[in-house]
Design a protein around this ligand. Structure first.
Ligand code: BEZ
Length: 246
């Protein structure tokens, strides 16, 4: 890869890293990130610019789903490289004038970070200079209640996000934590889950001999089990919020 003297090298946070810390102004007041959200899951997402159509459709969708994410103990936090007054004016316009797919009069109540200095966008690797050096791409960081980055999805400027998938990721991550399982392709609550690969020849043999109740093993490394949809939903959506230890 060729680099020039002017090219800035940006460390991009990765899955398993602690979420980079920052303070910021938002449409809901100042925030300290991620400490203000300790104990909650957070979806930190960037969009290219205020007053743009794809972003507007996304904000209306996020705002409409905010309650659904809140029930899964998940806080939404948005960001673009725009100032606070632009954010405020855009959100007012959305509420007053924009109708999209039956959504109208939409109030965006989650915080939208002003990042005119690109401080946060740079820390989170949201600027992809070959896509745009002045606008953030559509990044989505899934951050757990202890402030660890657990999943990241990037979309280009032209592509609006799939919100069913963002919600599925939150539910699947929480399910993996709660039940110590993995979730296969296209998993949704009620589908079978994957148990961790056998870590020894003895366990592999036990699994293939059918000695472990409740497992369906197609081969020693590919075992699934049933996980009741209500059990998943009880844990993810209705569980008592236990205090999270640092
Ligand atoms: C949009 O949100 O509509 C958009 C933003 C930047 C580039 C292309 C589309």
């Amino acid at each position: 890869m060729e680099t020039t003297m002017n090219e800035e090298v940006v460390a991009m946070p990765r899955i398993g890293d602690k979420a980079p810390v920052f303070k910021a102004k938002t449409t809901q007041g100042d925030i300290n990130f991620p400490s203000d959200y300790h104990g909650k899951w957070v979806i930190l997402f960037s969009h290219p610019a205020d007053f743009t159509p794809v972003c507007t459709s996304e904000f209306m969708t996020f705002a409409t789903l905010e309650e659904k994410f809140a029930k899964a103990n998940t806080q939404l936090v948005g960001l673009s490289i725009d100032g606070l007054y632009s954010h405020i004016a855009w959100l007012r316009t959305i509420k007053d004038k924009i109708e999209f797919k039956g959504m109208k009069n939409v109030d965006v109540k989650f915080p939208l970070i002003e990042d005119i200095t690109m401080n946060v966008a740079k820390k989170y690797g949201m600027i992809m200079p070959n896509e745009s050096s002045t606008q953030a791409v559509r990044a989505v960081f899934f951050i757990d209640p202890k402030g660890m980055i657990r999943a990241i999805i990037y979309y280009p400027l032209s592509l609006g996000r799939n919100f069913d998938e963002l919600y599925r990721v939150i539910v699947a991550l929480q399910t993996a934590d709660e039940f110590a399982v993995a979730t296969p392709a296209d998993w949704k609550p009620g589908d079978d889950v994957i148990i961790s690969p056998a870590g020894s020849c003895g366990v592999a043999k036990d699994r293939m001999d059918g000695n472990i109740e409740g497992l369906d093993c197609k081969d020693w490394f590919f075992c699934t089990k049933k996980l009741d949809k209500d059990m998943v939903l009880d844990k993810v959506l209705k569980k008592e919020k236990e205090p999270v230890l640092a």
